[in-house]
Ligand binder design. Structure first.
Ligand SMILES: [Zn+2]
Length: 476
């Protein structure tokens, strides 16, 4: 995708849906530190493209990003928070605490995590909290972290125009699933023969594959059951699915899990089983609720290509199938954008390698402006390596852009060329290199014309040009 192509069909406006974070933990803690960097890599890269489209190409972008506020991890973590605080309030003697801690056999150095796991195992089914306060808290923390990645308001990650949350869209999700069932591409109890589903509903991948192409984004992953299982939780091995490739649209809730009423809630004999949405369905529904049957851009990290985006596409295609929207009006998504891989010092960020770095630590090492330049030096869909060398390179560019330019250079430099790089490929690294070359040429000109009063206007032009290009994506 290039901005030039976009300009030809967008007519000055475009719609963009980005898959948002699953807000289940603080960006400071454990696995979330790794997750938050993947998010940072994705959102800062796409923030740069969004700014180029808006600030350079003059396109009005309406950006929607969902918040996944209901999910297996959120449910477990919310229950654990609740039980742990209840435990702290009710455990009355040190002997009692010692006894309970001894039962939490996974206790190694920090007692809170294994104790919370233990309490969840023992009492999780009794918890009936609303599961909303925890994701709200981490959602706010997420946006605060994104705000830190810039200077003032100029180069923050721009907040989305629309932020739908899964828990606010359950009626639309139920309606959407009903359409998929009506079109013959999903099943639950009552229409699955010998396969008994206790209130869950599954997308029928083999039925879809008969007339559609499944996994178009990552065709080689059609049989990647490990990736598919990641979003399924315990349903991956429940034995309810007709095919291991099928995925959950609606999950029956167990005790201690949040639940909503649905047409599939009351079909189980003896029990009234309510449920909750599966993972992939949320984005198909929320994007449709905000943008209608089609959108221009859909973005996410490279890890979301399969199964998440492939499954979203399958759901959307069969949901709109008989409405005529899909085939008559073009594809559901015009362009998918996936950000490149993230590494730390050339290695994957991992707990075992102990190479986690928090956003706060990164900002202590460098400035938000240099961090932004670091992102501009990595093209959005290429691998991104966070390392001392990469930070040093960003600092070098920062110094060069900060020293300014003083030259009669407009005659010798094509002032359009760095901008065209930005528009035609979003190749921000090449753009920065050309701005740097422009400064070098300008500086050599100023050296050869020292004392000459001519060219002051041109000097200003070059300086203004460089500032205007930098301002598209970061503060100057
Ligand atoms: Zn999504």
């Amino acid at each position: 995708m290039t901005a030039t192509e976009i300009l030809t069909w967008s007519e000055g406006r475009l719609t963009w849906y980005g898959c948002g974070p699953t807000v289940y933990d603080s960006p400071h803690i454990g696995h979330a530190r790794w997750v938050i960097w993947l998010i940072v890599r994705t959102y800062v890269s796409f923030d740069i493209i969004r700014r180029i489209l808006q600030n350079y190409c003059g396109i009005k972008v309406t950006y929607c990003m969902n918040i996944t506020d209901i999910d297996d991890k959120i449910i477990r973590r919310a229950r654990q928070h609740h039980l742990l605080s209840q435990y702290e309030q009710t455990a009355c003697s040190i002997e009692e605490v010692r006894k309970d801690i001894a039962l939490a056999s996974r206790l190694v150095t920090h007692c809170a995590v294994p104790l919370a796991e233990y309490l969840d195992e023992q009492y999780g089914h009794t918890v009936n909290t609303l599961f909303t306060s925890l994701p709200r808290k981490y959602e706010e923390e997420f946006f605060q972290k994104m705000d830190l990645l810039g200077v003032g308001h100029v180069s923050n990650v721009m907040r989305p125009d629309v932020v739908p949350r899964v828990t606010e869209c359950v009626p639309q999700i139920v309606e959407y699933i009903q359409r998929i069932i009506a079109h013959g591409f999903a099943y639950g109890q009552g229409f699955i023969g010998r396969y008994v589903s206790a209130g869950s509903v599954y997308f029928d991948v083999p039925a879809f594959s008969l007339h559609h192409s499944y996994a178009r984004l990552v065709p080689e992953s059609v049989t990647d059951l490990k990736s598919l299982a990641e979003g399924e939780g315990s349903l991956a091995t429940s034995g309810e699915k007709r095919s291991a490739r099928d995925f959950a649209l609606w999950k029956a809730s167990k005790e201690g899990e949040p639940s909503w009423d649905s047409p599939w809630s009351k079909v189980v004999v003896r029990f009234s089983v309510e449920g909750r949405p599966g993972w992939h369905i949320e984005c198909s529904v929320m994007a449709t609720a905000v943008f209608g049957a089609q959108m221009d851009i859909h973005s996410g990290g490279h890890d979301l290509k399969f199964p998440h985006h492939d499954n979203e596409m399958a759901q959307a295609e069969v949901s709109f199938l008989f409405d005529g929207a899909y085939f008559n009006g073009g594809p559901w998504v015009r362009y998918f954008l996936h950000s490149g891989h993230l590494t730390i010092n050339g290695c994957k960020m991992s707990k075992s390698l102990k190479n986690f770095i928090t956003i706060d630590a990164a900002l202590a090492e460098t400035s938000p402006r240099r961090l932004r330049l670091l992102f501009l030096l990595h093209v959005w869909n290429q691998p991104f390596d966070y390392s001392p060398d990469a930070l040093a390179e960003a600092a070098t560019y920062d110094r060069q852009f900060s020293t300014g330019t003083h030259a009669d250079a407009s005659r010798r430099c094509n002032l359009r060329y760095s901008g065209s790089n930005m528009a035609d490929s979003f190749n921000t690294r090449q753009c920065l290199n050309e701005l740097k070359a422009l400064i070098s040429v300008a500086n050599s000109v100023v050296q050869s014309t020292i004392g000459s009063p001519t060219g002051v206007g041109s000097v200003r032009m070059v300086g203004n040009y460089i500032i205007s290009i930098l301002k598209v994506c970061c503060s100057v």
